[in-house]
Ligand binder design. Structure first.
Ligand SMILES: Cc1cc2nc3c(=O)[nH]c(=O)nc-3n(C[C@H](O)[C@H](O)[C@H](O)COP(=O)(O)O)c2cc1C
Length: 138
């Protein structure tokens, strides 16, 4: 099985980077494969352009997606599982990861006449500063 890891943390000096490394060790030790997008390291552009906005909001399935978006979509379709690893920032995912969804889950790929593969498995490994009981209250 091949897992696509979407990793989003600004620092290698973090708990979340250890979560990523342990998860990768588990994948490799169990004889599986992985691909990774490290969104900060890639300097992934999280701002949707006006052109992208007009395309998606007007449901235009035009073949003019940016190369970085096409590359992420290919990684999804080349995988069997998708795993998101990120910290909670203000009860949300980091803005860069939110922008990844805005741009990569485009019209004609994730919705509309979908080309996105229905992956067998999905997982979220999300670190947080607050304990679980506090997070459940929020
Ligand atoms: C800008 C910012 C916002 C944060 N917001 C939250 C939050 O809303 N809830 C929470 O439990 N932790 C919050 N945290 C703590 C992070 O989730 C925590 O740093 C991370 O999950 C685990 O540590 P790491 O950064 O060493 O990987 C926040 C941290 C930062 C830097």
């Amino acid at each position: 099985m091949k897992a696509f890891i979407v990793y989003c943390h600004p620092s290698e000096d973090s708990f979340t980077s250890h979560v990523r490394d342990s998860f990768i060790r588990g994948i490799v030790d169990s004889g599986n494969e992985y691909l990774i997008s490290d969104l900060y390291k890639m300097n992934f552009k999280s701002d949707m352009s006006e052109k992208e906005y007009l395309r998606d909001s007007n449901y235009r399935d035009t073949p003019d997606l940016e190369e970085d978006v096409l590359a992420e979509q290919k990684k999804i379709n080349d995988s069997d599982a998708i795993v998101f690893i990120y910290p909670v920032f203000w009860t949300e995912a980091p803005a860069k990861l939110v922008g990844w969804f805005d741009r990569v889950w485009s019209y004609g790929f994730a919705y509309g006449n979908k080309k996105m593969k229905m992956l067998e498995k999905g997982m979220i490994l999300c670190s947080a500063g607050n304990p679980v009981d506090r997070l459940e209250q929020l």
